[in-house]
Design a binder for this molecule. Structure first.
Ligand code: BMP
Length: 280
């Protein structure tokens, strides 16, 4: 399993200009396998959270369609922060339509996701044409794609044979650099005949140190369970980091300071779990 290898040893498995390789290099430089998920609805809050945790993260995950006051300037400022603080951007778009439609959704519309998001993701429900549609837009730009092989939510239908089908599709399409998954799904499926085992990145949401769920189906595990015990590569943390900003009666400056503290805490926990995995 690639889980036994250091991140730096795995970078060469990816195309030199690909976002996946850039992500691994960033993880090594910053000693961080933490992706912050910034699910806030105001542009100013999004930028404030990102600025508060930027030194501690390798990746910033957005749901750009929840930002009520979205403008092109938000993207310009997010990109400036990415440059300044050395992180990549992952728009969690979860594409789920036929190839032709996702090409348009990825390239055009209000958000023009492909123009600024290094990594995005898709469901395999429509079949492999979705990967071709996204690759037509993203591959020339050096973008990378994750397939949602599993989900963190209770009762998810993404499991078993469906998850293995995602691994098979990933072997067939070099634009796919890995998976959203809860464990090393790529170890569950042998490579296609005549092909060597490939390196895939596993990015894992549903990570929290202080709670086990959100009452709406989300299920949290600790960084240690996710990275050391399950062999995943990147922890994705949302409310565990920016939660203070949602609390009533907390002064904004105090909330932002807490966001920074939590970012550091999750970065340390994620990296410790990675070191423990290598040492095991
Ligand atoms: P939080 O840590 O606040 O629960 O946020 C988790 C984030 O990860 C959300 O943005 C959600 O859309 C995303 N996510 C998830 O929780 N589970 C999955 O299986 C896939 C996701 O993208």
């Amino acid at each position: 399993s690639v889980a036994a290898l250091r991140y730096e040893a795995r970078a060469e498995a990816y195309a030199p200009a690909s976002a996946a390789r850039a992500l691994l290099a960033t993880m090594v430089r910053k000693r961080s396998n933490l992706c912050v998920s910034v699910d806030v609805t105001r542009a100013a809050d999004l930028l404030a959270v990102v600025a508060a945790v930027a030194p501690h993260v390798c990746l910033v995950k957005t749901h750009i369609d929840i930002v009520s006051d979205f403008s092109d300037d938000l993207v310009v400022q997010l990109q400036a922060l990415a440059q300044q603080h050395d992180f990549l951007i992952f728009e969690d778009r979860k594409f789920a339509d036929i190839g032709n439609t996702v090409s348009l959704q990825y390239a055009a519309g209000v958000h023009k996701i492909a123009s600024w998001s290094h990594i995005t993701n898709a469901h395999l429900v429509p079949g492999p044409g979705i990967i071709d549609g996204l690759a037509a837009v993203g591959e020339p730009l050096g973008r990378s794609l994750l397939l949602l092989a599993e989900m963190s939510s209770a009762g998810t239908l993404a499991r078993g044979e469906y998850s293995r089908e995602c691994v098979r599709a990933a072997y067939a399409h070099p634009f796919v650099c890995g998976f959203i998954a809860m464990h090393r799904v790529d170890d569950d499926e042998a490579p296609p005949a005549g092909q060597a085992k490939k390196d895939f990145l596993i990015l894992t949401p549903g990570v929290g140190l202080d709670s086990t769920g959100d009452g709406r189906g989300q299920q949290y595990r600790t960084p240690d369970e996710v990275v050391r015990a399950s062999g995943c590569d990147v922890i994705i943390v949302g409310r565990g980091i920016y939660g203070a900003l949602l609390k009533e009666g907390v002064a904004r400056a105090d909330a932002i300071a807490e966001v920074t503290r939590q970012g550091e805490r999750y970065r340390d926990a994620g990296w410790q779990a990675y070191e423990a995995r290598l040492g095991a």
